[in-house]
Ligand binder design. Structure first.
Ligand code: CA
Length: 221
């Protein structure tokens, strides 16, 4: 026993999935198809997807934002947890990646809840702000190019209602955040955001060691 987070061995991880993962078949199939993709590492883990679905239900979210859709697994997890009139605005620059997602979204019966926007996410978020959508969103997932994370976060915070939640992926970045030899732009951007968030009084904060590190930031009232 220890007062710190447990180290996750492979057998223990298998056990975790065995006793808690409730992944629908269509989501598993999408995950298996994506696993063969050259950028497979960009996909979130299934327990993280399930956790995000739980967050959507906990926050009573109806309107969600996603920055970085890739092949649509996280989108599916979020959309499946939304009520019938819920929507995810899913932002990605790749028609090729998101084309993988569509048949799975359809098979899962969530296609109508997903508003896919193929454009740089900053443009889409700015359009929403210009259209007067400030404070209209309940939940946001950020999982795209790391150098823009801070910009996505700032726009997201404006678009969220008080009490809304931002989830930010890859905040431990494979451990690179503590490796001083790693000075690439992505790693530096993540470090900088992590430090910034610690003192950001606009939010309540928790960094969870799930997947590659997931920060939860709740917009304060
Ligand atoms: Ca990610």
């Amino acid at each position: 026993m220890s007062a710190r987070t447990i180290s996750m061995t492979d057998p223990l991880y298998d056990y975790l999935l065995d006793v808690s993962l409730r992944e629908p078949d269509v989501a598993r199939e999408l995950r298996e198809v994506t696993a063969k993709h050259p950028h497979a590492a960009m996909q979130i883990s299934p327990e993280q997807g399930q956790f995000m679905g739980l967050l959507v239900r906990l926050t009573g979210a109806r309107r969600c934002l996603e920055v970085g859709t890739f092949t649509g697994y996280s989108t599916l997890c979020v959309a499946a947890s939304l009520p019938a009139d819920g929507v995810v605005v899913a932002c990605d620059v790749s028609t090729e990646f998101t084309a993988v997602a569509r048949p799975f979204w359809r098979a899962a019966g969530v296609e109508d809840k997903i508003d896919l926007r193929i454009a740089p996410a900053l443009e889409t978020l700015d359009e929403l702000l210009e259209a007067g959508a400030s404070g209209n969103y309940d939940f946001m997932f950020i999982d795209a190019d790391k150098t823009n994370y801070r910009h996505y976060y700032e726009r997201g915070l404006e678009l969220l209602r008080p009490g809304g939640l931002v989830a930010i992926d890859n905040v431990l970045w494979g451990g690179s955040v503590i490796d001083s030899a790693k000075q690439d732009e992505d790693t530096r951007a993540i470090r900088k955001l992590n430090h910034f968030l610690k003192d950001d009084q606009r939010i309540d904060l928790s960094l969870l060691p799930i997947g590659d590190g997931l920060t939860l930031a709740r917009k304060r009232h």
